[in-house]
Design a protein around this ligand. Structure first.
Ligand SMILES: [Fe+2]
Ligand SMILES: [Fe+2]
Length: 400
């Protein structure tokens, strides 16, 4: 028996769990794997909504055939998103069902042609277009840049289900439970959802907000994303989280991230953290950027209002692991943080100076002057660590 799950009378989840791939987009670690969610509507007409990463499933076509029947064909393949983790099995589906109509927008078809050379059987939709499957009536909502330019969502007017593509997606496989009421969300998935949001979609937060405006007033009973759990019990929870993250709303707390070669910068990180703690901050996290993957650092920065960055000097600049982090944050356009900076050097400096240039680029609120220490931190350096901690706490308490 194939692993498919009935969502309602005529809608099925036919996704796949990937526990093999180490890095999503060959970049972001997947210690808990990821699911690729594909959906099938078996009505008077049959419609598949998004496919799977190429090679992730060897019985995908069997699942479809099993549900629609051997003698029936697939009428529509709705393509909400063309990134290969969802479009990777389109060719396979078209080979089996050569008359299937490919439902997408003008931008979808440009990518389809570039990927597969398909020029026929296009069924072009625009914002607000509808498609009648019999019992189910679908409506298409253009949501560009959530997460690529062609991305759209499909709303089932009949059962008020939103097929949302990457929006409301989450890292982590679906280990038995696939609905929000069957899983331990807070204890397990929430971290992975924020990490997915911040790593993959966060750069397009303003477009997520635009999508929210479009969905305002739409009655949603169920959200079916392309990764992670399906939401049917508490749709407002996931809507609230995505709304908060795309507005850069954060919690009271401080993440300290440093690059240190010989431990001097690390010592200052611990000193600042201790002072933060003495001043009443409970949520404090310290990470060594050379050890913890960027993916988790970005996730923590998306969570906490206070960010304190430190780097030793390295060839007159930052340690490359910190440079990678700060360059990525600039590129992602992360906004609205309180910032503290510190560093150390043995001869000419460069770490703290480079971090200051980062601050000029991102324009986060610098809580006090950067601290740059020559050699091993002494009492004076630790006093300055306290100044950074005090300034951070003062602003944090004033803002949150
Ligand atoms: Fe994507
Ligand atoms: Fe995706």
């Amino acid at each position: 028996m194939h692993n498919t799950v009935k969502i309602s009378d005529k809608i099925f989840w036919i996704g796949e769990n990937d526990r093999r791939t180490e890095l999503f987009e060959n970049m972001w670690p997947l210690p808990n794997g990821v699911s690729y969610n594909s959906y099938l509507i078996v009505d008077e007409k049959t419609a598949l909504i998004d496919t799977l990463e190429y090679g992730s499933s060897d019985d995908y076509l069997d699942k479809i055939e099993n549900l629609i029947g051997k003698d029936r064909s697939l009428d529509y393949l709705i393509i909400n998103h063309m990134e290969p983790d969802h479009s990777g099995s389109i060719k396979m589906v078209v080979n089996k069902y050569p008359n299937v109509k490919l439902v997408g927008n003008i931008k979808t078809f440009k990518i389809i042609e570039a990927y597969f050379g398909f020029k026929d059987n296009w069924y072009q939709v625009e914002d607000g277009s509808e498609l009648d499957l019999g019992y189910h009536k679908l409506k298409f909502v253009m949501t560009p840049w959530v997460h690529w330019p062609e991305t759209m969502m499909t709303y089932d007017l009949t059962e008020k289900a939103l097929f949302s593509g990457d929006a409301f997606g989450c890292f982590g496989t679906l280990d038995g439970g696939i609905f929000d009421d069957e899983i331990e969300f807070e204890d397990y998935y929430e971290q992975e959802m924020r990490r997915y949001y911040s790593n993959i979609v966060g750069k397009y937060s303003n477009m997520v907000q635009k999508a929210f405006k479009k969905l305002e007033g739409v009655d949603i009973n169920c959200i079916c994303p392309t990764h992670g759990p399906i939401w049917r019990a508490d749709v407002n929870k996931v809507l609230g989280l995505y709304n908060k993250w795309s507005k850069y709303e954060t919690e009271e707390g401080v993440v300290i991230i440093y690059g240190s070669m010989y431990g001097n910068t690390a010592k200052m990180a611990d000193s600042i953290a201790r002072k933060l703690s003495e001043k009443g901050i409970k949520k404090i996290r310290i990470y060594d950027a050379s050890k913890t993957h960027l993916s988790y650092l970005i996730n923590e920065i998306w969570r906490y209002k206070g960010v304190i960055l430190g780097s030793c000097a390295y060839n007159s600049g930052m340690l490359p692991t910190m440079e990678n982090l700060t360059r990525t944050l600039e590129h992602m356009g992360v906004k609205d943080h309180l910032l503290g900076l510190f560093g150390s050097y043995s001869w000419n400096g460069g770490g703290a100076k480079s971090l200051y240039r980062f601050q000029e680029n991102v324009q986060w609120d610098l809580v006090s002057d950067p601290l740059d220490t020559k050699g091993i931190p002494d009492d004076e350096a630790f006093e300055k660590c306290e100044i950074i901690a005090s300034a951070m706490v003062e602003k944090l308490k004033a803002k949150v």
